[in-house]
Write a protein that binds this ligand. Sequence first.
Ligand SMILES: [Zn+2]
Length: 321
Amino acid sequence: MTLPKIDNLEIRKVTEDILLIHQIKPPFFFSCCDGLLVLPKPVRNRKTIALDLNIEPRYVNSLNHIYGPVSNYVCSHGHLDHTCHVHAWEELGAKIHAPYPEANYLLDLHKFYKGFGFDDELDFNIVNHFAKLNGFQKCNHVNSFNPGDSLKFEDFKIDTISFSGHSKGHIGFFLPKERIFHISCLGFDKPKPEVEGFGPWYGFKQCSIPQYLEDINKAEAFFLKNGKYLTSSHSYFVKSPNTHPFEYMRKKIKNNQEKVDKTLISLEILNKNENKVVKKLLQMDLFFPKKKLKGVVLEIYSFWESWIIRKHIQQSDYFKR
Ligand SMILES: [Zn+2]
């Protein structure tokens, strides 16, 4: 099978009939993620199935033109880079599935706003504006399932696996027959082997670093035992027994912890009020250079970074509350 050439899309064959698709330039900060297209195969699925492939509507249309119709679409969790354009698949006739409770976030931005705790600190208008900048449009109907459930479309089976350190509903996918393990947004985010990304993302109240580390260990053991190919939402794919993705993710978390620990020590602020310390560290741009950011983007990045900092302060051996 020869692959089509579509400007701004990178299409990679994981197996003969399963493609990993990446939109090279997203229109805005958090508007896209890579996902899988499961092409039709006799005795498995007569229609194409899309897994967490959140790309701009015009590319959804191009892919649908070549490989459609798409019968079902499965979303991995409720963050904007996984939900903005899902409506485009629905408009073309795909049934949308997403994990509970985040399935609701595709239907109603207020639920997204409250569900991720933005309402503790930010006005709804800020989040609404940011979502619109990313192209968010809501879906009309989403079937929700529980993280850990198995899904079946015709004779195509997917196991979902809960990785809740990133978000409560966040799941990976395992395709048992094809032995493809898609870890979604766990934090292997290298566009190429030689390019680093940010790593695991835990910029929300509900995220948990200890849970993250457990998830990474669980994913690694699972991949080595059952997987042949490892794919993810923001990265190139690897083949078993490559363990680089897991080492990379652990290292990123460790480096972030060291960054916060060092700052706490150098500022001699080991016993102060946690909120004040978060504020102080936030001004230092430890994780995101915020000088050039403004408006809603600055507000959202500051919100995320304050949680990343807080999670590390709470994990720090040097901070005594
Ligand atoms: Zn995410």
